[in-house]
Ligand binder design. Sequence first.
Ligand code: TXA
Ligand code: MG
Length: 350
Amino acid sequence: METKMFKAAEDGTCDEMAEAGRIIRDGGLVAFPTETVYGLGGDAASAQSSEKIYAAKGRPSDNPLIVHIAEFSQLEEIASSVPEAAGKLNDAFWPGPLTMIVNKNDVIPYETTGGLDTVAVRMPSHPVARALIKESGCMIAAPSANTSGRPSPTCAQHVWEDLNGKIDGIIDGGSVDIGLESTIIDLTEDVPTILRPGYITQDMLTEVLGEVRLDPGLQGENTNVRPKAPGMRYKHYAPKGNLKIVTGEEEAVIAKITALAKEAKDSGYSVGILAAEETKDAYNIDGVDVVTIGARDDEDSIARHLFGVLRRFDADQIQVIFSEDFNTPRIGMAIMNRLLKAAAHQVIEA
Ligand code: TXA
Ligand code: MG
């Protein structure tokens, strides 16, 4: 299949928006930018469209999709009942990088929800995403537009690398703003529960809802509890090279990474280092690729670049990667959730 490239302007307008909307309505797939990452969109009410999404991504079909809406009334259309908390979160954070899990009625088929009786719903703020939902006349099921297991796409080129020839079109709206997938909050439990950390933090949610807890399955390797969001159970985001995270005091981390990188290089591997703007010049090793992820005093920049730099290590065929940790104050939890998965939880104390 030929994958068409559509170009959107800065303000989100796109000459081919009518065509893109028609493709979705007719059961095809179009990737599009959102404020978090690029999504791979299809008609959420169509079982066949969802099956096509799983096939294009190589994604297990028990891993449910997020339904993207443009109006709050669309949540009422697909939820069996709308919890009070959803109204409060809508007022505070929608449109924006927050996904709510609610109980579903029968408008959205089980193919879209991976067989679950609940449905994940998000109202994105990106003008292209909003225009596409409106133009198509559909609610749009959209997982991140990457091949399953690869880092999520933060620009149209990443989508092209993974899905060219497998989908009908890609709307290129430039690089995304946030760079991490939405926060997911489950409203079907007694206490609202975060299933995936993101740009909207636990503190921000607590301020609106009162008590909010973290899914105990998010604690990684140290627990036997399975994450509730099926997608959080899979190995994810992994670069092809072997990535390890080094933690500790800044100076000790620099010394440790330098020693490990030299050792790996001397053993004949191609080696990369993932560093912050503030520390990148401290590494000075012949033939070792030092990649800057962003500045610690601008943690949003770290989030924005994370997936792109993981992809760059692949493009450069780096076999061994050492990363600083980026446990920054506000969204460090969301950043480290992705980075730890990418590293298969290999952490070295400096
Ligand atoms: O920012 C985002 O959320 C992006 C953009 C495109 O909107 N989308 C995204 O979708 O990250 P995806 O499919 O890559 O991740 C969706 C996550 C998966 O971990 C999935 O298991 C979980 O949401 N999920 C979806 N429906 C669920 C449900 N009913 N219950 C629990 N987890 C659910
Ligand atoms: Mg994904």
